[in-house]
Design a binder for this molecule. Sequence first.
Ligand code: SF4
Length: 361
Amino acid sequence: MSDKIHLIGLNKDELAKFVLKIGEPKYRASQIFKGLHERRLRQIEEITDLPKSFREKLNETSTTSTLEVESRYVSEDGTRRFLMKTHDGYPVETVFIPTEKRDTICFSSQSGCPLKCDFCLTAKLGLLRNLTVGEIIEQIVIVLNDVYGEANETPHGTNLVAMGAGEPFLNFENLIKAIEIMSEEDGLFIVPNRITVSTAGIVPKIYEFAKLEKRPHLAISLSAPNDELRDKLMPINKKWDIEELLQAAKEFQNSLRKGERFTFEYVLLGGINDSVEHALDLAKLLKKYNLTRVKINLIPHNSAEPLEYKPTSWDQVEKFKKTLEENGVSAYVRTPRGRDIFAACGQLAAKSEPNLVQIAN
Ligand code: SF4
């Protein structure tokens, strides 16, 4: 695969240039695009509206599918975790989370992650490498095909969250290009409004993101109301502290569309950052920066060895939430999903355990 062109990662202009370069008419580009994105076909041979000779020619210079599903785990709550491998052997994890109203796919932007959030298992992998545009899109296609069957249903109702392995803003260009391609009407047609990107606080990219014309929603992982604690929990704070982060958040707030809000994520760690005082400090902090169009997503920590954190009791989660609400801050608790198959937040560490229920492809 290494020097073959990964067709699914090309936007329409690039695809048109590519077919012209190999001596084919431009409309072939549109056939390829629809085949790979709208119909979610995984192999060039399957795009049968292309002449056989052209398909053979394509196969010589390009490829459509590079990710391989190594294992697939299904939780008792219906969540599915896909452990995939890149052509050069790096792990990629993607999670499908069904709910009554709408399904969500949580995808990865990097293999592993260079940030060292203390409560996250992915951090233990370190950064293996950035994912390409094609690898980001392929994750979605693979999951949609698994859930809905190949192109049997359109996924318009599906939400995407860039909250799997990796820090999306450290792979900014590939992420944004993948999102642009996925939003094409004659493709996957998952518009930015259905996509949320979560950052641990890469401040310069928050400013850049705010300026994008068609941008997805933003979530910022905060998880502590003061620098001392955040330095320990999320060492990226030593590079861009809370002051710098919340100034960027304020600027981002100015870019919000009518009725739009953005999110702060707060991972609750038992006895560490989950007291009523922490909640009060958090509310004060938001007030100080005049951050009014925000909601807080409270994420009870998903304990997993070798992490030593304990979960917050439900009683304490409720107290934390209530304190925020009493101080004028909207707060929601994210119900943990897929804990039994290591699919929940902070648990993605390419775990392939023999005792998990594995459904082979
Ligand atoms: S929480 Fe996100 S940014 Fe932090 S180490 Fe884990 S994957 Fe990376």
